[in-house]
Design a binder for this molecule. Structure first.
Ligand SMILES: C[S@@+](CC[C@H](N)C(=O)[O-])C[C@H]1O[C@@H](n2cnc3c(N)ncnc32)[C@H](O)[C@@H]1O
Length: 297
């Protein structure tokens, strides 16, 4: 089943730890992912109140629980070095950006600068989550799984999909599963949003990646070419959509004008005209019909 729903959290961990996860979720994941492995190892590098670790130990799974509240910092310390052995499953449950603050609120008296619930903005959070997952990947046995439990967030009318941002930043060839988990009793669900038409977010995701034997450099190459392909594809689509709006055929000057009025961001990039020309030249979507005039092929 790729959809999970556990209204009860069970006896594991601490129900008062804000943003804790139902132990039944871990129980099901361990049953599915670790059942055929002799003496499996589980690692949770952001264990919070320890729900996952308690479930694992009850199932006779060797487990390592780490967290910033006990001095382990996923943005500075190697998980593998800390545990001394890789895991068959390395699953984290990070803060959902600043939805719930941990350091200085749930634990400790001061905000910790590397607390993932204290990131400056979304971009800072996305970047740090990528680093956290690369750290988790390094601590995963080849063929094993790493990943995270994460929710999305809508604030000030903007929906940020943390799960989508993470998937975009990790090697596509390692993505192994995306599960949906119903979120029960989330505090944000009960806040008043006035006359908001969009539904409250009552689900989270479990993202699972399967570690291949590839080196970090190969992973970096894969992620870079994914990003590059996306950018190239976007140029191709922007130019194609502009040509469609211009009736399927237009002089270069009209294409330039339409591109610059239809996309604000492009204005700041002084080489955009060159990029438009290059896009028209390299893709089979476009063909020159006469001097300086392009059409959809
Ligand atoms: C959502 S809670 C985990 C809850 C846990 N699954 C439970 O059921 O209790 C997120 C945890 O991430 C930890 N954390 C935040 N930044 C971290 C960092 N840089 N390194 C390690 N842990 C971090 C927080 O201290 C917090 O305990």
């Amino acid at each position: 089943m790729s959809i999970m729903s556990f209204p009860e959290r069970g006896p594991w961990g601490d129900a008062k730890w804000r943003g804790n996860c139902s132990g039944h979720v871990y129980k099901q994941l361990f049953g599915q992912l670790l059942r055929d492995i002799a003496d499996p190892v589980f690692i949770d590098p952001m264990m919070g109140s320890g729900t996952s670790i308690e479930v694992a130990r009850e199932m006779n799974i060797r487990a390592y629980g780490l967290d910033l509240h006990q001095g382990f910092n996923i943005l500075r310390d190697s998980i593998l070095e800390k545990t001394g052995e890789p895991g068959n499953l390395v699953l984290s449950h990070p803060p959902y950006h600043s939805m719930i603050a941990y350091s200085g609120e749930q634990w400790g008296t001061e905000a910790h600068q590397d607390d993932l619930s204290r990131c400056a903005d979304d971009e800072d959070f996305h970047r740090k989550m990528q680093l956290a997952l690369l750290n988790q990947r390094e601590a995963t046995i080849p063929g094993g799984y790493y990943g995270c439990i994460i929710g999305d967030w809508r604030r000030n009318g903007v929906y940020t999909s943390y799960q989508a941002e993470i998937i975009a930043r990790m090697p596509a060839t390692e993505l192994a599963g995306v599960l949906i988990k119903a979120q029960h009793n989330a505090q944000s669900s009960f806040k008043s949003y006035g006359k908001m038409k969009l539904p409250f977010i009552t689900h989270e995701y479990i993202l699972l990646f399967s570690r291949k034997r590839a080196t970090v450099l190969a992973v970096l190459g894969a992620i870079a070419s994914q990003a590059q392909a996306r950018l190239q594809g976007t140029w191709r689509n922007v130019v194609r959509s502009v040509l469609m709006q211009l009736g399927g055929k237009a002089p270069l000057s009209a294409i330039y004008e339409k591109v610059s009025t239809s996309t604000d961001k492009i204005e700041s990039n002084s080489t955009w005209r060159e990029k438009v020309r290059q896009t028209l030249q390299i893709y089979p979507d476009f063909c020159p019909v006469e001097k300086g005039v392009w059409a959809l092929a």
